[in-house]
Ligand binder design. Structure first.
Ligand SMILES: Cc1cc2nc3c(=O)[nH]c(=O)nc-3n(C[C@H](O)[C@H](O)[C@H](O)COP(=O)(O)OP(=O)(O)OC[C@H]3O[C@@H](n4cnc5c(N)ncnc54)[C@H](O)[C@@H]3O)c2cc1C
Ligand code: FES
Ligand code: FES
Length: 485
């Protein structure tokens, strides 16, 4: 059992003792390493000032370099990783092209957001250099979704991003010699890691077998990407004492795209899931595109979103109408249940036993169409006021299947089954949808909060059902005059 965290920081190997391993990544960088280029302003994953870059060993090589928020992450989550901070972008006194371009285009005023912006742009240039993307206006804005700037009005920053000369960019694998990292990490893949400091303890098993053999899951908290948990810790809503992380279980990152289903491992990131679902579940993939920011999606997981069980989760409604299943495991048995049944009726209550962990989510490929809606104050990086998922089958204009789930209108995401029954067997028709839209607002009791009054949320649900009807009529080029009622 190893009792330290081993990682590379700006190309240099470091081994963390037990106290440092429990620090937040941003505090460790700023207070233990004096790498104060990384700023902290919001401490809740919203502003991007604390953005750094990370690449994780995947068992054979170092994985893609991605931007993450360091303020809501813990050092023990970076065993077998390479972390690059804004200080690590420049090599031998040559500024990184993302730094040069920000200077040239006056992309900074007060400068608080600037290092985070530069790291986000550096992640973009890396993807462009690896031919994953081509830099254009849309891409620059996408990569900067998670970075707020209060001073510049963004124009100079967007111009800076657009004018990066990609020929001037060196891949990080050319800047930092990865051979040493790979050889070091290859020797660590069978290590179980356990650390404790004061009243805190973390266990990082190297495999599910080790986990089931050695861990007392009942009395621990699973920490995945920590994009929910890190915020709760920073806001003093919870203390993480005994923790398990699946981070070192290589198979937990896998996404298997099979003929009849997509099987998603517990540690697969939302970014990878967005890509993997593009072909078979384009609506779900699109909804993930406007989920949070790249920094959150690069480390946050679908399983974390599911188990967090927020009534406004942006994935739960889809998972509940798509016949998706969750696979639960303890040391003795495996259970597979429909995600629709996984949600119990009260706030954040799930059908999960205290000794179980989620290992997979399975989305079946069925001949069903989906429409997914998210209404939020801001399109990007915003929590929904209301969201809605509809799965349906139309046969000669008749609904042979209709499943409806709404988020943000009650203590959990809600399946409106009486409305589903009202629609099944009927031809698509605006009159029916006007009727069920009225029924829906009588069945929901949304709260009023900063994201919207209850009455506003009712109007949203009403209007989204009408929108769905109009969109399906248009998508299927249905002549409404020909429909016999
Ligand atoms: C700035 C910001 C923006 C966000 N935007 C959105 C958004 O647009 N839409 C949205 O829906 N959410 C959003 N979120 C919430 C969050 O990012 C998601 O819920 C994310 O999917 C959580 O995944 P995670 O891996 O980080 O979970 P964690 O924070 O690590 O864990 C969340 C919960 O899941 C449990 N858990 C994790 N893995 C397992 C497992 N294998 N078995 C059992 N339990 C497990 C944990 O114990 C914990 O209770 C946002 C968060 C932030 C900070
Ligand atoms: S400090 Fe705002 S995202 Fe981390
Ligand atoms: S330069 Fe001041 S917040 Fe961006």
């Amino acid at each position: 059992m190893r009792k330290s965290i081993i990682l590379y920081l700006n190309g240099k190997m470091i081994e963390l003792g037990e106290s440092d391993s429990f620090m937040s990544l941003s505090n460790y960088l700023r207070y233990q390493k004096n790498l104060t280029g990384t700023k902290v302003t919001c401490s809740e994953g919203d502003c991007g000032a604390c953005t750094v870059l990370v690449s994780r060993f995947d068992g054979k090589k170092m994985g893609q370099i991605q931007a993450i928020n360091s303020c809501i992450s813990f050092m023990y989550l970076f065993d077998r990783c390479h972390l690059i901070t804004v200080e690590g972008l420049k090599k031998l006194d040559h500024l990184h092209p993302a730094q040069k371009t920000m200077i040239k285009h006056h992309g900074a005023q007060c400068g608080y957001c600037t290092p985070g912006m530069i790291c986000a742009l550096a992640a973009m240039t890396e993807d462009a250099k690896n031919n994953v993307i081509k830099i254009d206006n849309k891409k620059v804005k996408n990569y900067l979704t998670g970075n707020l700037c209060r001073c510049t009005g963004y124009e100079p920053i967007i111009k800076a991003g657009l004018s990066i000369d990609i020929n001037d960019v060196k891949k990080f694998s050319d800047i930092y010699d990865q051979k040493e990292m790979i050889s070091k990490y290859s020797n660590l893949i069978f290590d179980d890691v356990k650390l404790s400091h004061k009243d805190q303890e973390v266990y990082l098993p190297a495999s599910y077998e080790s986990l089931y053999k050695n861990a007392d899951i009942k009395n621990t908290k699973i920490v995945s990407g920590a994009t929910d948990l890190g915020v709760f810790v920073n806001k003093n809503k919870i203390q993480l004492k005994k923790v398990i992380s699946l981070n070192n279980i290589l198979e937990s990152y896998k996404i298997q795209n099979l003929d009849d289903k997509i099987v998603i491992g517990a540690k697969a990131s939302l970014t990878d899931i967005e890509k993997a679902c593009k072909k078979d579940f384009p609506e779900f993939s699109k909804s993930l595109h406007i989920f949070a920011s790249p920094q959150i999606k690069n480390i946050g997981t679908l399983v974390g979103n599911l188990v967090n069980a927020s009534p406004i989760s942006d994935t739960a409604a889809f998972l509940r109408v798509s016949n998706s299943k969750v696979i639960l495991n303890n040391s003795k048995t495996e259970r597979s249940i429909f995600i629709n049944d996984f949600f119990l009726k009260s706030y954040k209550k799930l059908d999960i036993n205290s000794d179980e962990i989620v290992t997979h989510i399975i989305i079946p490929k069925e001949k069903i169409k989906f429409k997914l809606y998210k209404i939020s104050t801001r399109k990007d990086l915003d929590i929904s006021s209301v969201n809605m998922a509809i799965a349906y089958k139309l046969d000669n204009k008749i609904f042979t299947s209709f499943k409806l789930c709404v988020g943000g209108v009650g203590p959990t995401t809600l399946r409106l089954t009486s409305i589903e029954k009202e629609v099944i067997g009927k031809a698509i028709d605006q009159k029916i949808f006007k009727k069920i839209a009225k029924m829906a607002i009588l069945q929901i009791k949304p709260l009023s909060d900063v994201r919207g009054e209850g009455s506003y949320r009712k109007i949203l649900v009403h209007n989204l059902l009408l929108k769905f009807c109009d969109e399906v009529i248009l998508d299927n080029k249905i002549n409404v005059n020909e429909i016999s009622i």
